[in-house]
Design a protein around this ligand. Structure first.
Ligand SMILES: Cc1cc2nc3c(=O)[nH]c(=O)nc-3n(C[C@H](O)[C@H](O)[C@H](O)COP(=O)(O)O)c2cc1C
Length: 404
């Protein structure tokens, strides 16, 4: 049985849902799976836009066959060589011997790195350059290179007749397709938007400059639909504007929400209690958006996504073997790796006998050009009653900062 969806005249989604994958890239938890999107464009020449992961190969090959409906396949356009899309390419090239692999110099190089040498003759490969066009009959495909919008060889494909932008991994999302393929059914759901952000920030986040370059490069194109390699397609004005606005914010590291993301580490609960008291004081001061994370208990990708989302952040840490507790240390380094910058940050640190946790945290965050808010709040083992006023002052400083 096949599962395909017509998305435009003679264009079919032939992808697959994967609910079995526990972690995307073996790092990022997938509570609701992920899709591998792939599209067949039928014209005088039939084109397959990208492949799929090898885990869904049976469904994928059946879908491609169904969409082709007895016709041959002329091209598979490989917008990047990441295995979650390319684990199926040899199956396609073997099944359709007249099909050519379309890629740029690097895509073709990476193909040969991932697959055994000399498996296919050179004439199976068609190398394209930035701005090249491929006419396939009524439709015309223009290639737009987007290096480092995830991988170095990435290019995207603009279909000029109807203004359809095949955007590789950009504009993708975690979560399977639930019946609907159009993003209009998802963009109003906060949980989906949060997953979309978690995908972008953790996967493409640090390449903000390259994303901004891409957005500039395609700003003259009339885009009537964006068709990414994961998640729904954006095929109406509102959804396209919605996601372009999000990408503008995310790529420029602008916070989306005035609020406080508190991340704590604690072994025996004393540091955690200070984080809870601060959150409660923020609430009493009228702060609406407060989020608390235990760094030991979380897939970092959630904390990282919310660190980019919120304007203010409080890192609450204790000393461990004379330095920063290792999970907090790892989180901060990974956060910096996503380009985290221009946030308003405060600190609470706990010392029982001493260490450099605070200095180390500041050193790791240094290159992000953050603004520090309020006095660092220091605990020795546990918070004391006479410290409540000082913590209240930190809460007030954060509230004033939010109100600016
Ligand atoms: C294995 C271990 C190593 C620690 N190392 C330090 C340290 O080097 N310096 C320090 O001031 N406190 C150290 N602590 C104490 C903690 O930082 C913390 O102050 C104490 O656990 C109370 O906070 P909590 O209840 O939030 O865990 C250590 C605790 C443990 C369990």
């Amino acid at each position: 049985m096949q599962f395909i969806k017509k998305v435009y005249d003679n264009i079919y989604w032939v992808g697959a849902n994967d609910r079995d994958l526990k972690r995307f890239e073996n790092m990022f938890t997938l509570p609701n799976g992920v899709t591998y999107n792939s599209y067949i464009i039928k014209d005088e020449k039939n084109v397959l836009m990208d492949g799929s992961d090898s885990s869904v190969i049976r469904t994928y090959l059946d879908n491609v066959e169904k969409a082709l409906d007895g016709e041959d396949l002329d091209y598979i356009i490989v917008q990047h060589m990441e295995p979650d899309h390319c684990g199926s390419i040899d199956f396609i090239l073997d099944k359709y011997p007249n099909c050519k692999f379309v890629g740029n110099q690097k895509t073709i190089k990476f193909f040969h790195q991932f697959y055994p040498n000399d498996k296919y003759n050179e004439d199976r490969f068609l190398e394209i350059k930035d701005g090249d066009e491929l006419n396939i009959g009524k439709r015309n495909l223009k290639f737009v290179f987007a290096p480092m919008v995830h991988w170095p060889e990435v290019f995207m494909t603009y279909e000029t007749t109807e203004g359809l932008f095949f955007s590789a991994d950009a504009f993708g999302s975690f979560d399977v397709i639930e019946g609907h393929i159009s993003a209009k059914h998802y963009i109003k759901k906060q949980a989906w938007v949060d997953e979309n952000r978690r995908y972008y920030i953790n996967i493409v986040g640090k390449q903000g400059k390259m994303v901004t370059n891409l957005l500039k490069k395609v700003s003259d194109f009339e885009i009537n639909a964006i068709l990414p390699l994961h998640g729904p397609i954006y095929d109406d004005k509102e959804s396209i504007e919605f996601i372009l606005d999000k990408y503008d914010k995310w790529a420029n590291f602008k916070p989306e929400v005035k609020g406080v993301n508190i991340v704590f580490s604690s072994m025996y609960g004393n540091t955690e209690l200070a984080a809870d008291i601060l959150a409660s004081k923020l609430d009493e001061l009228g702060v609406e958006n407060i989020k608390l994370y235990d760094v030991s208990d979380n897939d970092f990708s959630y904390i990282i996504a919310d660190s980019h989302k919120y304007s203010n952040q409080v890192f609450v840490a204790m000393n461990y073997n004379a330095g920063l507790y290792h999970k907090m240390d790892a989180l901060l380094r990974e956060l910096v790796g996503t380009g985290y910058q221009n946030r308003h940050i405060s600190f609470i640190h706990n010392y029982s006998w001493g260490g450099k946790s605070l200095e180390q945290a500041k050193e790791i965050l240094e290159k992000g050009k953050h603004e520090y808010v309020g006095e660092d709040f220091i605990i020795n083992s546990s918070m004391k009653d006479d410290q409540e006023k000082t913590l209240e002052n930190l809460a007030k400083a954060i509230k004033e900062d939010l109100d600016k």
